[in-house]
Design a protein around this ligand. Structure first.
Ligand code: UDP
Ligand code: MG
Length: 311
């Protein structure tokens, strides 16, 4: 069986379009199930899903008790799916379902993870493209796993990969990194990025920044270590400067003010110390999150598809 996992938050406007495209493609593939994860929608997404379930017996709904974020919703969906292979995708048709057969083809070729990569980001805003480009450049430089620019959450996962992913206990989730961290035979396919079918993007800059910081922190300890080097460099230049002032005073005599230098030095060092503390805080807050051992998500109800006996 093939499982299609779709996290949804306030997607009422896009659901009919999604099912219109997705269902015929699924029916052609043989046995399938669709796991829709309702990530604390405040609109009628859940009601619409429950209605669809009357007509589409393969549809299961995981209703989360509140909004846990897309990363957690995805994991919730994967934890509830029972296929030998799962495909994760967005609900807004930005991940074209037409590519699912191609992904399955790669799976039949023996690949355990097939990651669909957006070909161009033309329709995204200039700033979003630019920040994303730099994020991935820096990320790939300093982290232990590599992420391809344009890689999204449109993926095929073999049962082995799903089970591996579900054993990872960490709470601060950066799925893009984790999917690559677990290993397995990986291949990429390419698809064009479409406009959202309906509704609006759920990401704002605050969420994106959080996402980027999570990515860096959970896959690299460089931000933590770099401060030792910067601190040493600062102290070293301070010593050089002190020697310079000492010799200069011996030769030319003392200068009267010296006041701006002190202010600049205080602000400069203060800034460094504060950012150093900030970085420490980021890591300590991660340790704090992990030690709480809270579940990633809470399910209010699992609307299972009806089985034969219940009908
Ligand atoms: N989503 C979710 N929980 C959230 C935010 C988003 O389940 O807190 C879902 C959303 O419904 C969609 C997918 O994640 O199916 C991608 O979201 P969106 O299209 O807003 O992101 P973008 O494509 O702009 O990166
Ligand atoms: Mg989208």
């Amino acid at each position: 069986m093939i499982s299609i996992v779709v996290p949804m938050m306030n997607e009422e406007a896009g659901l009919p379009a999604l099912f219109d495209v997705l269902i015929p493609i699924c029916r052609d593939m043989g046995p399938f199930e669709i796991i829709a994860v309702n990530d604390g929608s405040s609109d009628t997404t859940l009601d619409i899903l429950v209605q669809y379930q009357q007509r589409i017996p393969e549809l299961a709904i995981v209703d989360l008790s509140r909004n846990f974020g897309k990363e957690a919703a995805l994991i919730a969906g994967l934890a509830h799916c029972s296929g030998a292979v799962a495909i994760t995708m967005d609900a807004d048709l930005q991940h074209p379902p037409e590519y699912i057969p191609e992904m399955l083809g790669k799976w039949h070729d023996g690949y355990e993870i097939v990651s669909a990569v957006r070909e161009d980001r033309q329709i995204e805003t200039f700033t979003k493209r630019l920040t994303a480009t730099y994020f991935y450049k820096i990320f790939n430089k300093i982290s232990e796993v590599k992420i391809m620019q344009g890689e999204g959450d449109f993926r095929l996962l073999d049962r082995k990969a799903i089970d591996a992913l579900l054993t990872l206990p960490e709470r601060a989730r950066f799925n893009k990194g984790l999917f690559n961290w677990i290993g397995f035979r990986l291949c990429h396919i390419y698809h064009p990025l479409r406009e959202r079918s309906a509704g609006e993007t759920k990401w704002d800059y605050r969420k994106l920044l959080r996402f980027a910081i999570d990515g860096f922190i959970s896959f690299s300890s460089l931000p933590l270590k770099i401060w030792t080097h910067i601190g040493l460099m600062c102290s070293f230049s301070a010593i050089v400067y002190a020697i310079y002032v000492f010799i200069k005073t011996l030769i030319i005599g003392s200068e009267i003010p010296g006041y701006p230098t002190i202010i600049i030095a205080i602000f400069f060092m203060g800034g460094l110390i504060l950012s150093g503390i900030g970085i420490l805080g980021e890591y300590i807050s991660r340790i704090f999150e992990e030690t709480k051992q809270r579940p990633l998500y809470i399910v209010r109800q699992f609307h299972r598809p009806e089985t034969e006996e219940e009908k």
